[in-house]
Design a protein around this ligand. Structure first.
Ligand code: PLP
Length: 388
């Protein structure tokens, strides 16, 4: 097996793949492959309900939250989060109180490319996109490496704020929020929307602090095609007018919640693999084990960079270093192609940084094992030693 450090779609635990392989042609003696099952069949309904139950247990999702299995992708959620919040009774009532000449603010914390894209999408849809803080422009930097302390943020008053949006882990920049970075600084009456696409299931967090959490499955949960949305039920309540918005059904949280778990054909195969991944997580110690493993793996890589600063650089402020996407550059010019080809010779793939930022990125999601990270660190050490 390759050591797959891709940012997504990414590695899936081998045990899960083997189970899927064994069950593939004849799922539970149905005489059908799992991808041939009707989504209305008892067998698939059981896969879906187990997936939801496992996710609820692993993340300790409170009963007043709905779990939706959508196909929007992260990109679809940039629009869906905005549209659904603006249509909610909570925001429409705020808008009414503000009057017609003042638009409720959609407030964004911009810590990287993905939160910036969400902010842009809000603007495109005519939203009153407000920037609470933008790490790149605040520090007049060429990228997102740090965020100023919350005391310097421009957080609008609760009465004029529709929602606060942020991205918990910026996959491209390797910039992750520590648990207390955002939530404690936002008035609890403002719904917080959080993009957890690339770090969900990597640590414990309190779901009840959020209005909406979403995650594309293709990093820590399973194959691409599935997007999981966890939404607080009161945000699904609407007035008849819903701020005059029509939300396309495939992006409409209320439609998904009201019509049951499957208002239209879901991504059955992605959900099936997700189901196996959640079973695997449960069998192997749940979220506590995942969090410990994540810490240990990330520490190995950051220790290497910190102990070898004349060769490797990670540009992110220490408290924002991502434990999922570890970015780095080489101090010496002209060695990048060689690092990639030597990595390939060692069966290590997908370490090139995102095309928009360059450098390198090692995505060490849950399915990347501690031994694989040790091997990679050893490889990087040897590479540095042979080029000093
Ligand atoms: N948000 C984050 C944090 C991401 O990493 C990505 C994609 O990698 C997206 C959003 C966009 O997701 P998608 O490609 O599913 O539209």
């Amino acid at each position: 097996r390759a050591i797959n450090l891709s940012a997504g779609p990414s590695a899936i635990p081998l045990e899960v793949l083997k189970t899927a392989q064994n069950e593939f042609l004849n799922y539970k003696n149905s005489g059908m492959s799992v991808i041939e099952l009707s989504h209305r069949s008892k067998l698939f309904e059981s896969i879906l309900s187990n997936t939801e139950a496992d996710l609820r247990r692993i993340l300790d999702i409170p009963a007043n939250y709905k779990v939706l299995f959508m196909q929007s992708g992260g990109t679809g959620e940039f629009a869906a989060t905005h549209l659904n919040l603006m249509a909610s009774k909570l925001v429409e009532d705020k808008q009414k109180a503000l009057g017609t000449d003042k638009k409720a603010k959609c407030a964004y914390i911009i810590s990287g490319v993905w939160s910036k894209k969400a902010h842009t999408e809000c603007l495109r849809m005519g939203g009153n996109a407000h920037t609470i803080v933008d790490g790149k422009s605040h520090f007049k930097a060429d990228g997102y490496y740090d965020l100023p302390a919350a005391a310097e943020w421009d957080i609008p008053n609760p009465e004029e704020t529709a929602y606060v949006y942020y991205c918990d882990n910026e996959t491209i920049g390797g910039f992750e929020m520590e648990l207390d970075t955002v939530v404690p600084h936002i008035d609890p009456s403002i719904p917080i929307i959080c993009d957890m696409s690339s770090n969900i299931l990597s640590r414990k967090f309190d779901v009840s602090k959020f209005g909406v959490i979403y995650a594309g499955a293709q990093k820590n949960i399973g194959p691409s095609g599935l997007t999981i949305v966890i939404v607080r039920e009161d945000l699904l309540i609407r007035n008849d007018s819903s701020n005059g918005l029509h939300i396309p059904s495939v992006l409409d949280y209320k439609y998904f919640a009201d019509e049951g778990p499957m208002p239209h054909t879901p991504t059955t195969f992605s959900i099936y693999i997700c189901h196996l991944v959640l079973q695997y997580i449960t069998k192997n110690g749940g979220i506590t084990t995942l969090e410990n493993n994540r810490n240990e793996k990330a520490k190995l890589l950051y220790n290497l960079f910190d102990s070898n600063p004349e060769f490797y650089t990670n540009p992110i402020q220490n408290n924002f270093r991502s434990k999922m996407n570890v970015v780095f550059t080489l101090k010496k010019q002209g060695l990048d192609a060689e690092l990639i080809s030597q990595a390939l010779e060692n069966n290590i793939v997908e370490i090139k940084g995102h095309r928009s930022v360059g450098g390198f990125r090692a995505s060490i999601y849950n399915a990347v094992t501690l031994d694989q990270v040790r091997f990679f660190v050893d490889f990087l050490n040897k590479f540095a030693d042979s080029h000093i």
